[in-house]
Design a protein around this ligand. Structure first.
Ligand code: GRF
Length: 208
């Protein structure tokens, strides 16, 4: 029987960069297990916070993890060394709280994706992260918010949009309840779908 072409069978190797609780990482791991993500495998999880619960989630699923000291000026070089050693094709920022430099993002052009907890171009850019995003949405009085997955370039939240999902704002919402609903009803759904879409395209481009 003709041996299947290795490249056709090989999955895109993904590094997930985290800083916090890791609920988006958990959604990615669950999506890989349930074949929502079929063209990629999470090969490594890298955190800039050694205490991130996301590392515990990864270790429970036997995924190799690295903690990189974020304060060290060489943090990006350390991350690049890991990405090269692990032969990574796609980088996913899942609650990663550090802005990557232009030299880093241009090195991995169209190979880094991020999930942001609003409908870009609303409530995004420098200073808009975590709970602050939802506070701004409530302050403005929007009735619809949501999440966006986009490619990462040197402008915070400035890259090409890949997917978005809307979530209703409720009259009795506070920033915490809104954040939880946006994560559950939007981020955790579109991030795995976007990873599959982008990974499939990278895989096809490798097989030509
Ligand atoms: C999420 O709201 C994500 O959109 C933002 O960071 C938060 C934490 O995510 N970037 P996680 O639970 O660590 O995945």
């Amino acid at each position: 029987m003709k041996k299947a072409n290795k490249a056709n069978d090989s999955k895109i190797r993904v590094a997930v960069l985290v800083s916090g609780g890791g609920t988006n990482l958990q959604a990615l791991m669950d999506a890989e297990r349930t074949d929502i993500i079929r063209s990629a495998e999470i090969a490594v999880v890298i955190s800039n916070n050694p205490d991130a619960y996301a590392l515990v989630r990864a270790e429970k699923t036997w995924i190799k993890t690295y903690a990189v000291e974020k304060l060290k000026s060489s943090a990006e070089e350390e991350i690049i060394k890991i990405l090269e050693a692990e032969d990574i094709d796609l980088i996913v920022l899942a609650g990663f709280m550090t802005i990557l430099s232009r030299s880093f993002t241009s090195r991995y052009e169209q190979r880094i994706i991020n999930v942001h907890p609003s409908l870009i171009p609303s409530f995004c850019g420098a200073g808009y992260y975590g709970l602050r995003v939802h506070e701004a949405a409530l302050e403005y009085g929007v009735k619809i918010t949501g999440a966006t997955v986009h490619f990462v370039n040197e402008i915070p939240d400035g890259g090409e949009i890949i997917m978005q999902k809307a979530v209703e704002v409720r009259d009795d919402d506070n920033a915490k309840t809104l954040q939880e609903r946006v994560m559950k009803e939007a981020e955790h759904i579109i991030l795995p779908q976007a990873v599959e879409i982008v990974a499939k395209k990278i895989k096809e481009s490798k097989n030509v």
